[in-house]
Design a binder for this molecule. Structure first.
Ligand SMILES: *Cc1c(COP(=O)(O)O)cnc(C)c1O
Ligand code: SF4
Length: 348
């Protein structure tokens, strides 16, 4: 039923002329048009040529993907731009760093069925898609074996059967990859199957698309989200206030106005948001948009992302400063994912 939209959620169909015609909606066109060539990114932002060779090499290990909407929120000529830092492949990614590995979260141990992970009581996570609209260089799933996950409709049956049988579950989390790269048709069919499971109450969607490809938040998607019996919770993923402007702010407002519960999670990232001003601005921006700051994650120690790590002690100092400056509801929970724990470990 749900297939990973690897390489973009573009569906092709043969015309009467026998020529493949691409049937895409606006957002699918935007996704297909995302920048995938490091040189193009560097040209567009008029960055220095020295960045090219390392960017090309690092992108061979984890390809570059940046939608134009996200690019438009970066400052040209500024290699330190906090949005650019999240997506620009760097030579340091190629340096091996002890303790930074390819399965940092021992996710294999949490696998209950193909495409279904459970680590915590009452909540199970479906790897609903193997693709994303953006590639974040710090991503803990950059080495994830998506190819081994279900692809065709039938492959999903064991996971759906388990969800239907396990009455201890009340919430299904759609993750990936990014579940919103799936077409509305596929999402709709998945929602229908989950709606039919009586003990499920909530459907949570972890997505970066409203932020990096806001075109995805169409009227049709909003209708899908507000329809049906299950309560929908959308967890956005923004790391810096500059991400939440222009069309991304419009997309968040659309979801909010439709009555979708909106949360945000971010990752504490060196050079992106590791100062009190950046974190406070992010929280302020989220609250203005009606989005609750939910989690601030300590970076997972994934190979290639060591240069993003902020020491936990520094993270605690930043949280202390945030608490001093912001109302309690604007302060996220600073947590770390530790394998084998019954919940994400609070660090404060
Ligand atoms: C992070 C995570 C969740 C969600 O945990 P919450 O604390 O409820 O946000 C659920 N399942 C898995 C496998 C996770 O990694
Ligand atoms: S899973 Fe999330 S953090 Fe990782 S690359 Fe995709 S959008 Fe970025």
């Amino acid at each position: 039923m749900v297939e990973p939209a690897s390489g973009g959620a573009v569906e092709t169909k043969m015309t009467s002329m026998g020529q493949p015609a691409i049937e895409e909606t606006g957002w699918e066109r935007s996704l297909a048009a995302a920048i995938r060539d490091p040189d193009e990114l560097i040209d567009r932002l008029r960055l220095e040529d020295a960045l090219r060779p390392p960017a090309r090499r690092a992108a061979e290990l984890f390809p570059l993907v940046v939608p134009h909407s996200f690019l438009n929120r970066m400052r040209p000529g500024d290699a330190a731009d906090p949005l650019l830092r999240q997506v620009l492949p760097l030579g340091v990614e190629l340096h091996a760093t002890p303790a930074f590995t390819t399965d940092t979260l021992s996710e294999d141990a949490a696998r209950r069925a193909p495409g279904l992970l459970q680590k915590y009581q009452g909540r199970a996570l479906l790897i609903a898609a193997g693709a994303c609209a953006v590639h974040c260089r710090y991503c803990f799933r950059r080495h994830y074996p998506y190819a081994a996950e279900p692809r065709r409709s039938d492959d999903w049956e064991p996971a759906l059967k388990l969800l239907a049988e396990d009455r201890s579950l009340s919430e299904v989390i759609l993750s990936g990859g990014d579940p919103l790269v799936l077409s509305d048709r596929r999402l709709g069919r998945l929602f229908e199957r989950l709606e039919a499971v009586p003990h499920l109450r909530r459907l949570r969607i972890h997505t970066r698309l409203p932020v990096v490809l806001p075109e995805r938040v169409t009227e049709a998607l909003v209708e899908l989200l507000v329809g049906g019996r299950l309560q929908k919770v959308v967890v956005l993923h923004a790391n810096h206030a500059n991400e939440l402007v222009a069309d991304a702010a419009v997309a968040a407002t659309r979801l909010k106005d439709a009555g979708v519960m909106l949360l945000n999670q971010s990752v504490l990232l060196a050079g992106v948001n590791d100062c009190a001003d950046a974190l406070a601005d992010l929280s302020e921006r989220l609250i203005v948009l009606g989005v609750w700051p939910y989690y601030l994650h300590q970076l997972d120690r994934v190979a290639g992302a060591a240069h993003f790590e902020v020491p936990i002690e520094r993270g605690r100092e930043l949280m202390h400063e945030l608490r001093r400056r912001l109302p309690g509801y604007a302060v996220p929970n600073y947590v770390q994912e530790v394998p084998g724990r019954p919940y994400k470990l609070p660090l404060v």
